[in-house]
Design a protein around this ligand. Structure first.
Ligand SMILES: *Cc1c(COP(=O)(O)O)cnc(C)c1O
Length: 235
């Protein structure tokens, strides 16, 4: 029997939602100010349906093709799917059709293509700007120094609504090591909000994964992207 069969997705979801709520209250933040995005990359539709039945309302997928296949099978479910991986320019049209938001904007050419695709569909797309907070060469995202100029320029695309920032800080086993990165993202969002760019709000911070979401919530996350703690480890 595959290992996955022994995972109780429903109780994992309930435990994660409970931890999110407790961390939110402990941080003195309003209840329901943090949304769970269940990261369902590589996970099958049946497992996703179990998660939805247990209270998941938002999914994170990192590949357009995979998300497309799943969303057609999940058509009856009240669930929003967000793109949390890099978007290739030739997948923009499909991405605009299926995603409720795109969390990984970090390229103006891509922004222009997204904007045109949204215009054609008559759609307004919520986006987050991905910041490369650890300045890692292997990771996507805008470095903090360039974020202001980037957001200023991306704000010109009228069919995109810039709602905040997304970050994947450098990994560390100890979530406390990651705290300074999370707080750096929050401060950057505050700084960008002060610019009062037209068409830009900085109300969403997507940060925190299975092993560090509690710290991310303490530092202001409004969306946490959690895969392993719900669906088990990916093979
Ligand atoms: C896979 C992934 C996650 C989820 O990570 P877990 O450690 O499994 O919770 C979160 N964010 C992004 C961008 C991912 O690619």
């Amino acid at each position: 029997m595959p290992l996955e069969a022994s995972i109780d997705i429903g109780s994992n979801v309930r435990a994660v939602l409970e931890s999110i709520e407790q961390a939110t209250l402990r941080a003195g933040r309003p209840p329901n100010s943090v949304r769970l995005v269940a990261v369902s990359k590589t996970v099958g539709v049946e497992a996703i349906q179990q998660a939805v039945a247990a209270g998941v309302t938002d999914l994170g997928e990192n590949r357009v093709q995979e998300a497309l296949a799943k969303t057609s099978q999940l058509a009856g479910e009240a669930v929003a799917v967000h793109l949390i991986g890099p978007l290739q320019k030739n997948k923009v049209n499909r991405a605009v059709q299926i995603f409720a938001s795109i969390e990984t904007l970090d390229d103006l050419e891509l922004a222009a293509k997204l904007d045109r695709a949204c215009e054609r569909l008559g759609k307004q797309m919520p986006v987050l700007v991905q910041v490369n907070v650890g300045q890692e060469h292997t990771k996507s995202g805008i470095v903090a120094d360039q974020a202001k100029e980037f957001v200023h320029q991306a704000a010109a695309f009228r069919h995109l609504s810039i709602r905040g920032l997304m970050a994947i800080p450098p990994y560390s086993e100890d979530p406390e090591d990651i705290r300074p990165y999370f707080s750096q993202v929050r401060r950057l969002a505050g700084h960008l909000a002060e610019q009062r760019f037209d068409n830009v709000s900085m109300t969403e911070l997507s940060m925190g994964m299975s092993h560090d979401f509690v710290v991310a919530i303490e530092e202001g996350a409004t969306r946490v992207r959690i895969g392993t703690a719900i669906f088990g480890s990916r093979v």
